[in-house]
Design a protein around this ligand. Structure first.
Ligand code: HEC
Ligand code: HEC
Length: 140
């Protein structure tokens, strides 16, 4: 039985096929999850995706709401919902308070990057902060 001699071309093809096989992810493996780049950041300029998402979770807790209170399902970049606009003004207010009164506060790991004053400071888990005690209690 005679064998065809391997040509250089066939050798190169075989090598290329091996490389493709080695580079391909094993069957069933998920590609690494890559978060989408942020598209519509107007207030938290310069924050990276992880920082924005971490602050979003804190905001959600602080107001006692879910993401969809401010966001259209499936489109975080959309500005369709009114509370998102209010939240931008609230972010500005909170950043201004911190810049003015707590400029040297450095947030620890897991704390709000906004600073010492956060959404929670005022909201305490409510969509609209409580007015506090009624008239006459703080009589000064
Ligand atoms: C109280 C309102 C509010 C809630 C609740 C909220 N967000 Fe946001 N979100 C905003 C605002 C405001 C911006 C835009 C910030 C800016 O312009 O710098 C934003 C931006 C984002 C962006 C960036 C979108 C882009 O591409 O520009 C992502 C992602 C996001 N939010 C995710 C979430 C997730 C996840 C939750 C729930 C855990 C959540 N948000 C809850 C107000 C909210
Ligand atoms: C200094 C106090 C203070 C801070 C800090 C603050 N808020 Fe507010 N927020 C208020 C007050 C007061 C109101 C109610 C305003 C009104 O009655 O018109 C309000 C209202 C809102 C509303 C509208 C609620 C509604 O149903 O009408 C949203 C949304 C909101 N805040 C989001 C935020 C977010 C997000 C943060 C943090 C980035 C934040 N706030 C930080 C005081 C604060």
């Amino acid at each position: 039985m005679t064998r065809e001699p391997l040509t250089a071309g066939a050798l190169i093809l075989a090598a290329a096929a091996t490389v493709v096989l080695l580079l391909a992810p094993p069957a069933g493996a998920q590609p690494p999850r890559r978060p989408r780049p942020l598209e519509n950041i107007k207030t938290l300029k310069g924050w990276n995706g992880d920082e924005v998402r971490a602050e979003m979770r804190l905001m959600t807790e602080a107001l006692g709401v879910k993401c969809d209170y401010c966001h259209v399902q499936g489109n975080f970049a959309s500005d369709e919902k009114r509370p998102k606009h209010t939240a931008r003004r609230m972010l500005e207010l909170t950043m201004a308070l911190n810049a003015e009164s707590f400029p040297s506060h450095t947030p620890a790991e897991g704390q709000s990057k906004l600073g010492r004053v956060t959404c929670y400071t005022c909201h305490q888990g409510a969509q609209v902060p409580k007015q506090g005690a009624g008239p006459g209690v703080m009589a000064w």
